[in-house]
Design a protein around this ligand. Structure first.
Ligand SMILES: Nc1ncnc2c1ncn2[C@@H]1O[C@H](COP(=O)(O)OP(=O)(O)O)[C@@H](O)[C@H]1O
Ligand SMILES: [Mg+2]
Length: 233
């Protein structure tokens, strides 16, 4: 569904991505792991068109993702940002239904938001809270509800469990796995949480030195030398 070919990106003299090749099939869940600062978020931003790569290209259903195809691509994707990134000045339901705002009356958008909140385990009363009133775990759930509000075919997760205690983190992992399965969506999750990888990933890729140095099924990850070396620091 998405194919990344030879993506390179430098900031000034510093090369962050040095030719990344990666692909995600329809309905597949890919985890990208790597040390902090290795360019995982930059890679996601390249796919989303938020950062312009110096070289390489991104294909979506075998066609280059460019200015012409980007709007349709963006229409069908959802993203859970690192740290949830909610709009502080908007109540929860307006955050969740943000993308629907110009498309339908507010009452209908609110109804959809409440359905999505239920999907992530939050009661209807949550809809009228402000982001400042949420715990970290609740904010992640709201961010997840926003990511799935428009029933996306592709969902990106940037560090979905960072900042959560282990119990909350495993709850979010379980939700992500179930939602991705129910939606039949493709997913790319960036993480350094190996418990997350085991729970939500079909495949795991290791980004190191600007390249993918390992790419294989999660079921076989324990035998992979590159991953063992990474985990042992
Ligand atoms: N807009 C930018 N301008 C300059 N440097 C950047 C920019 N975005 C990211 N970087 C640098 O790129 C490197 C990779 O960042 P990032 O992708 O956020 O890492 P991570 O793997 O932790 O997500 C870091 O050294 C970061 O400082
Ligand atoms: Mg990051």
């Amino acid at each position: 569904m998405i194919r990344i070919e030879g993506i390179a990106k430098s900031f000034g003299p510093k090369q962050v991505l040095a030719g990344v090749d990666l692909q995600v099939d329809r309905g597949e869940s890919l985890c990208v792991i790597g040390q902090s600062g290795t360019g995982k978020s930059v890679l996601l931003k390249c796919i989303l068109g938020l950062v312009r790569p110096d070289a390489g290209r991104i294909l979506w259903n075998d066609r280059p993702l460019d200015a012409r195809s980007m709007p349709a691509f963006l229409q069908g994707f959802g993203m859970l940002f690192q740290g949830a990134a909610l709009f502080d000045s908007l109540p929860v339901w307006r955050n969740v239904a943000f993308r629907l705002r110009d498309r339908m009356p507010a009452s209908r958008a609110r109804g959809i938001a409440i359905d999505k909140l239920a999907r992530v385990g939050l009661p209807p009363e949550t809809a009228d809270l402000m982001p400042a009133e949420l715990s970290g775990g609740m904010a992640k759930r709201v961010g997840l509800a926003r990511a799935i509000c428009d029933d996306p075919g592709v969902i990106f997760f940037d560090e979905p469990t960072t900042g959560l205690d282990p119990i909350r983190a495993r709850e979010i992992d379980a939700l992500i796995r179930d939602i991705v399965r129910d939606q039949g969506a493709s997913a790319i999750a960036i993480t350094h949480d190996m418990a997350s990888v085991r729970k939500i990933g079909d495949r795991v890729a290791l980004l190191q030195g600007g390249r993918i140095v390992h790419d294989g099924p999660v079921a076989e990850m324990d035998g992979a030398a590159a991953l063992r070396a990474f985990l042992q620091g």
